[in-house]
Design a protein around this ligand. Sequence first.
Ligand code: SF4
Ligand code: SF4
Length: 190
Amino acid sequence: MSSTEKIKGLKEDQCVVDVLLKEVQSHPCKDCGKCVFGYEGITQLEMILKDITEKKGRSGDKALMEDLCEMMKTQSLCEDGEDIADAVKEALTTYGEIFDEHISKKGCRAGVCKKFMTYHILASKCVGCGECMDVCEDDAILGKNKFVHVIVMDECSLCGKCMEACDEDAIVMAGAQKPKCPTKPIPCKR
Ligand code: SF4
Ligand code: SF4
């Protein structure tokens, strides 16, 4: 299946930026190097797309990718360069709004790009054991014995260690839809 076909067949639980980044990273142009526009173009595309998935997108990124694709389409020595340029152009045309959401740091609506996710502790499940707090190297968790613990997202580095440590499955990751959780530790109901 060509890169463009993959973009056209995107499912709801897939993120177009993430899919495109993976296409670019596994594309033949990355290892070829026979033509400057194919190699340089794909290297630049990878850097831009990676930044967008990591919440480091810039306002000019879409225009820059359009320009790169135009050059790759007309100057690459073989159809591989054209193929990936077509896929990026297709993605920008059909899913421009999703790129905008990532670039303006609003979020990843498919809940795929990890840097856009947040961690939460469900009051209905937390028993206040403190296991999560013990493994958090960023001191991002508030709580005490038998109190529902709370994650302070400003301090959280998204390492995921608390989620692994919690035997109660009380810690969840969320994308655009966040669960309702206490903002301060409160006594556990369990
Ligand atoms: S979130 Fe899990 S690990 Fe942390 S205090 Fe609650 S039950 Fe314990
Ligand atoms: S994800 Fe990592 S940094 Fe964030 S609260 Fe959990 S253990 Fe701490």
